[in-house]
Design a binder for this molecule. Structure first.
Ligand SMILES: *Cc1c(COP(=O)(O)O)cnc(C)c1O
Ligand SMILES: [Zn+2]
Length: 447
């Protein structure tokens, strides 16, 4: 298998290749990001996507049950015996006309992809299935990550089931309680660093390199292989039809990067005939991608990215002491590690980037909660972004749109309760306080 599968630096001037059994989080030659690559000509790949439906019949085989591994022919980097699974990817693509109406779409046009249904409550489980399989393949003993919360919850869940040691770095005070409670419950050694996510990320990269620990952040290219399957399941939910738009919140930009790679590969394999457009949504308080892509015109440019422009941008963030700030803590990141891969995805998918305010995120989240299965704040950025793109008429009212709801409603209950009790927006549903008296209670009920 190995010569058909390899790792390769994304920088076209370098393009160094490495074996799939190597553990790399950046190119040893030039420091750029690494991809997992396949020589598709020499691999056996199904001729049509509906072929994968036959695995529905064999779901008592746990890798056919997995929403990641039942697509293993499209991420064939390891032998089946290494495939790690906790039952991830049993997700739902739900048509939602009421949320669609809120965002300005015609009926039947908006779908919500509920990744909160994963075992740890976020899409991260898809990526961890990929990365933990590679970790098992290379015999890793101790896994580590920096996290705004969901990465640590997911990593800790997998680590404990697969009997690996695990440590997580989180910024002080910047983690939702639902997520922190999971990392603690799952037994992760939890190091709270006095700093933000970007500080944690810098430390974890250094320490993973120094101590040879296995890094589970989305710099790990095997994470992104697992996350490609979110798009396979979206297509499956649409009976293998390609939608017009995919909308996803952008934090470290692993998801958007994985989606672009998924579509490029499906197109190359002739499994789809065209590629949907991609919209990545930042929070206004953590808008590096928006600023670089939409304001400064930074492009992937066939791999010849203007590194000097990125360096200058980050230098300015340092000089001004900029700290990202948004209630959507899962996307409170100002130095997204997958920036270049996301630029590539935007090129592949003719993408756009937008920013939305915390107030807009909270309103969209309340609408998803009322009419859908609920989601955490960062996830609702996708719906808030859709509303904005409809107002700008970038997306037409008759276009088919899929918003990715990245995390579960119960990840961050404090923000939800505060929104309703403090009547922060038009969709607030404030509890009514009454005396312990039947007449008063009936009056409050309006029945
Ligand atoms: C991690 C995460 C994000 C950000 O995804 P990236 O791949 O880092 O851009 C968004 N929403 C939720 C709920 C997350 O856990
Ligand atoms: Zn390189």
């Amino acid at each position: 298998m190995s010569e058909n599968v390899f790792q390769r630096c994304i920088n076209p001037d370098c393009a160094a290749s490495y074996g799939v059994e190597e553990t790399l989080f950046s190119c040893p030659a030039c420091g750029d990001l690494i991809d997992v690559r396949y020589d598709w000509e020499r691999l056996e790949v199904p001729k049509s996507l509906n072929w994968f439906e036959k695995r529905w019949a064999t779901r008592n085989n746990k890798i056919d049950f997995s929403g990641v591994w039942r697509f293993r022919d499209l991420l064939p980097f390891c032998e089946e015996k290494y495939c790690a699974t906790v039952g991830e990817g049993q997700t739902l693509l739900q048509k939602n006309d009421q949320v669609g109406q809120y965002a300005g779409c015609r009926p039947e046009k908006l779908y919500l992809q509920y990744e909160g249904m994963n075992p740890s409550g976020s899409f991260k489980d898809n990526g961890m299935a990929g990365a933990f399989s590679h970790a098992q393949m290379v015999g890793a003993k101790h896994v580590i990550c920096a996290s705004t919360g969901n990465t640590s919850a997911s990593m800790a869940l997998f680590a404990h089931i697969l009997k690996l040691q695990c440590s997580v770095f989180i910024g002080s005070g910047r983690i939702a309680y639902g997520k922190l409670s999971q990392a603690l419950d799952f037994g992760a050694k939890t190091i709270q660093i006095m700093g933000d996510f970007d500080d944690c990320m810098r430390q974890v990269k250094l320490i993973a390199g120094e101590r040879k620990l296995y890094l589970m952040n989305s710099l790990n290219p095997f994470r992104l292989e697992g996350q490609k399957t979110i798009m396979f399941r979206v297509l499956e939910g649409l009976k293998w039809q390609v939608p017009d738009w995919i909308i996803v919140p952008g934090g470290n930009l692993g998801n958007s990067s994985a989606f672009g790679k998924a579509f490029a590969e499906l197109k190359q394999l002739g499994l789809i005939d065209h590629i949907p457009r991609l919209a990545v949504i930042n929070a206004t308080g953590a808008n590096t991608l928006f600023d670089l892509y939409e304001n400064k015109g930074l492009r992937f440019n066939n791999g010849k990215v203007d590194d000097a422009a990125i360096d200058a941008y980050y230098q300015k963030l340092n000089d001004t002491g900029y700290k990202p700030h948004t209630l959507a803590t899962a996307i409170e990141i100002s130095r997204p590690v997958n920036l270049k891969k996301c630029l590539r995805a935007l090129e592949i998918c003719d993408g756009v980037v937008r920013e939305v305010s915390d107030a807009d995120i909270l309103d969209a989240k309340a609408v998803v909660g009322r009419f859908g299965l609920g989601c955490e704040p960062a996830s609702a950025a996708s719906v808030a972004g859709l509303k904005l793109l409809r107002e700008q008429d970038v997306i037409g009212p008759d276009e088919t749109v899929v918003c990715i709801l990245t995390g579960h409603q119960l990840k961050d209950p404090n923000i939800t309760v505060k929104y309703h009790i403090e009547k922060q927006g038009p969709h607030s549903n404030c509890p009514v306080e009454v005396k312990n008296d039947m007449a008063d209670i009936i009056e409050a009920l309006h029945v």
